[in-house]
Design a protein around this ligand. Sequence first.
Ligand code: 13P
Length: 252
Amino acid sequence: MAARKPLIAGNWKMYGRRANLGELEVLWRSISPVAAHVDALICPPAPYVQNAAWSARETGILIGAQDCGTESEDAARTGDVSAAMLADVGARFVIVGHSERRALFGETDAVVRRKAQAAQRAGLTAIVCVGETRLERDSGQAGDVVVRQVRDSIPDDAESLVIAYEPVWAIGGDRTPTPAEIDEIHHIIRGTLAQRFASGASDIRILYGGSVGPKNAAEVFAVGGVDGALVGRASLKAADFAAIILAHPAAK
Ligand code: 13P
């Protein structure tokens, strides 16, 4: 199986101001010795992507965005930001289908898929998020929900694709699935990808997200099928995000 370089991504969500970009320099000071072994990505809010890319230009920190439009070409879509524009200002990745966008903005699997395709066409790597709600887990449907989301949200191209498994109930609180629960879903996702893509599926990184912080990062990274993390709150402070990155076995 291909060796997958771990990816540890920070999703700043709708937090922070331009001044927070100063965290990038602090982060780089801590993680530069291990940057050859772990990909570190920060996804600030859209207005700051260009400044972030500029601030990170002499570091190994990758910059991405949190969402993009569904259209590949320039179009009359007031308020929307295209993947091509994000690439133009220095983004390399874009998160699509985060559960907050699915739940609060009504994004369907079909919409997420179009966004992922637009991202790839623009030369970005799409991070497609999937994950079950508490109700779905409690009723034994977690695996089925995630399989359906993966099947219907991912683009046709296995290149430049990352999957993030983020159980909705584990986001923004202090509850996380057990390592065995994470392992189970990651295996299910890997199997779904292998069925879908004749080749290349083994290169796709599958991240875990939901209340990852300095205290539990090592436990999460010890799960066999986990290729990194998608981190919310703990990515806003460079010290916390650096501690998560340094907790990865590849950084030792
Ligand atoms: P928290 O790490 O704050 O739980 O958020 C996870 C998340 O939604 C990352 O995309």
